[in-house]
Design a protein around this ligand. Structure first.
Ligand SMILES: *[C@@H]1O[C@H](CO)[C@@H](O)[C@H](O)[C@H]1NC(C)=O
Ligand SMILES: *[C@@H]1O[C@H](CO)[C@@H](O)[C@H](O)[C@H]1NC(C)=O
Ligand SMILES: *[C@@H]1O[C@H](CO)[C@@H](O)[C@H](O)[C@H]1NC(C)=O
Ligand SMILES: *[C@@H]1O[C@H](CO)[C@@H](O)[C@H](O)[C@H]1NC(C)=O
Ligand SMILES: *[C@@H]1O[C@H](CO)[C@@H](O)[C@H](O)[C@H]1NC(C)=O
Length: 307
């Protein structure tokens, strides 16, 4: 009889033992990027029964070291000094949420263990925190952002070539030098900007690189205007005015795009910026074609006029 009673008790305690488990909604890993300000490592208990925080205790472990304790009886959190920003939301514990939140600066990739105790029941789950490198702009956007301004600068040098070769008689040396210096400054800005803007994660270095690529294109408007005014046969024709308006429009779009993108870790307005830069390059191309056209017309007309 005694024997059966002992066996019965043993079986009951076994049963209690196996039901004294907290069940977790398992998350194998959580990912964060440079764009996350805070990092949340999920830990979700599916069968919390506690009615009061006083019955709960949470421990978080990282690489076999405890990094965070929450004592519900005292309602007290104690993070390890290496994870000083770590916290959980006590109020959410009763609905099963023991997720650990911390600043990105404290987060270290690796395996985190969440241990939850509720009176006699307990359980743990492991979540791997991973860091993912994300590029600021997409690869295609990166290429276009650099290519269009470079192209625009090259086309300006083409215009400069026409001015010095075809109109050298009517252009003073001072004006040529001024054009050359302004063009050189612009070229330097764009090249330095492109070097700083090398593809990669968002950083102030890359953001300032983008600024150096975009803002100095205002010089192109002045250069285009000067080149048109210097070339004797062009001046302010309706065509050159159209090109200049296009150029200003491109600049305005680029600067608006820049201001929307420059502080965004995941920029949404890359296409606006790129279309602005594309329009600038187009205006330079039209300017060059127009000048070439006028210059070759001039040469055809000039000999009879000289006779
Ligand atoms: C990082 O941010 C993304 C987007 O906001 C979010 O979906 C993800 O859960 C965050 N990662 C972590 C570990 O908090
Ligand atoms: C766990 O998952 C179940 C089913 O997906 C859901 O109903 C429950 O709310 C989840 N638990 C927590 C604590 O999020
Ligand atoms: C636990 O402490 C937090 C602040 O540390 C407080 O906001 C919250 O109200 C407390 N909860 C209980 C149940 O005492
Ligand atoms: C903090 O991190 C350093 C380096 O990883 C480690 O040596 C040290 O033991 C950690 N401190 C605590 C309190 O865990
Ligand atoms: C985390 O644990 C998983 C499964 O045990 C393992 O595959 C992975 O390599 C671990 N990650 C790290 C960074 O230790």
């Amino acid at each position: 009889m005694w024997c059966f009673f002992v066996l019965f008790c043993f079986l009951v305690s076994m049963k209690c033992g196996s039901s004294a488990q907290l069940i977790f909604n398992i998350t194998k890993f959580a990912e964060y990027t440079i764009c996350n300000k805070t990092v949340v490592i999920p830990c979700l208990v599916n069968n919390v029964g506690a009615q009061s925080l006083k019955e709960m205790f949470v421990k978080w472990k990282f690489r076999d070291k405890y990094i965070f304790f929450y004592d519900g009886d005292k309602n007290e959190s104690s993070p390890n000094s290496n994870f000083s920003s770590a916290f959980i939301v006590p109020e959410a514990l009763l609905s099963g949420i023991a997720s650990l939140k911390m600043d990105k600066s404290d987060a270290v990739p690796g395996n985190y263990t969440c241990e939850v105790t509720e009176l006699t029941r307990e359980g743990e789950t492991i979540v791997e925190l991973k860091y993912r490198v994300v590029s600021w702009f997409s690869p295609n956007e990166n290429i276009l952002i650099v290519i269009f301004p470079m192209l625009a600068v090259l086309l300006f040098w083409g215009q400069f070539g026409i001015v010095t070769l075809k109109y050298n008689a009517s252009v003073t040396k001072e004006k040529t030098i001024l054009l050359f210096v302004a063009g050189l400054v612009l070229t330097t800005f764009v090249i330095v900007g492109a070097i700083l803007f090398v593809p990669g994660e968002y950083s102030t270095k890359r953001a300032s690189g983008l600024g150096l690529i975009v803002v100095p294109t205002v010089i192109l408007i002045l250069l285009q205007y000067s080149v048109f005014m210097i070339a004797p046969a062009i001046g302010m024709s309706s065509f050159s005015i159209t090109i200049l308006i296009l150029q200003v429009l491109g600049f305005v779009l680029s600067v608006v795009g820049l201001s929307l993108c420059v502080s965004e870790c995941t920029p949404m307005h890359g296409p606006l910026l790129i279309s602005g830069l594309g329009i600038i390059a187009l205006a330079e191309l039209l300017g060059l074609v127009y000048m070439k056209f006028v210059a070759s017309n001039q040469r055809a007309i000039q000999p009879p006029r000289n006779n």
